[in-house]
Design a protein around this ligand. Structure first.
Ligand SMILES: [Fe+2]
Ligand SMILES: [Fe+2]
Length: 244
């Protein structure tokens, strides 16, 4: 599991991914961790298959007792099916996820971790010395879905929005936006069900000051490519499995 420090100015953002040991038929995922003042938040810590390499990677940065918070953008197995194993190693941790998913996510196994429901309008998480914002991203693609914005680092964690189907050892960053579009196109057309939900998200994120947009699959966007992604997504028709 490759670890990349994305931001390190008072607090840290670390990206975990591009695992060469990953079985072929499992979709490649990016996991993230935010560390501030002796506390760590895991963002979409991943599937059950990834738990062992993820735990080893996390421990290179923080002792396990500093992992106090976990965030799940939505309920998918590639996001959070490792929960039952994290539950065995984390004491006094909280899981932040949409209120609608508690009864479902508990099927992954959760005895010690506390479920902290996020209301539909979003909210703020104070961790260490920083405040992170839960940005509503409902129906993108899940019916209860959030992204995480860090106003200090100017990083938006965008879950499945911005995802690309990429070779396991592909580059970390979008260098040529036009060349990257074919890797994103079908995923966004098919997985994202609602044009009005997409518009709601576009309007929200256009008001944020974003240096880096980091998705759960594929490559991260920086600077101009963030704006290009938002414009591209804004113009894209989604929900294409049903055509009327
Ligand atoms: Fe998903
Ligand atoms: Fe995903």
């Amino acid at each position: 599991m490759l670890s990349t420090v994305l931001y390190n100015q008072g607090h840290q953002w670390i990206m975990f991914g591009r695992d060469p040991e990953k079985p072929d038929k499992i979709i490649d995922t990016n996991q993230y961790m935010v560390v501030s003042a002796g506390r760590a938040l895991l963002l979409d810590p991943g599937g059950i298959e990834l738990f062992a390499p993820m735990l080893a990677a996390v421990l290179k940065f923080v002792p396990i007792e500093q992992v106090t918070d976990v965030f799940a953008s939505h309920q998918d197995p590639d996001i959070i099916s490792s929960l039952g194993l994290w539950d065995q190693v984390l004491d006094n941790a909280r899981l932040h996820c949409s209120w609608i998913w508690e009864g479902f996510i508990r099927h992954f196994g959760m005895n010690k971790i506390e479920y902290v429901p996020i209301a539909d309008g979003g909210g703020t998480l104070h961790i260490g010395d920083i405040d992170l914002q839960f940005i509503p991203a409902h129906y993108l693609h899940s019916s209860g879905n959030f992204h995480v914005y860090d106003p200090k680092a100017k990083i938006l964690f965008s879950g499945d929005v911005g995802a690309a189907l990429e070779a396991p050892c592909g580059p970390m960053e979008v260098d040529d936006f036009d060349a990257h579009v074919p890797k994103m196109l079908k995923f966004h057309q098919r997985w994202m069900p609602s044009n009005s939900a997409k518009k709601d998200w576009v309007d929200r994120v256009r008001s944020l000051d974003i240096d880096m947009m980091v998705p759960q699959h594929g490559r991260l966007f920086r600077g101009e490519s963030v704006k290009r992604f938002i414009d591209w997504f804004d113009a894209l028709e989604v929900g294409t499995a049903i055509r009327r």
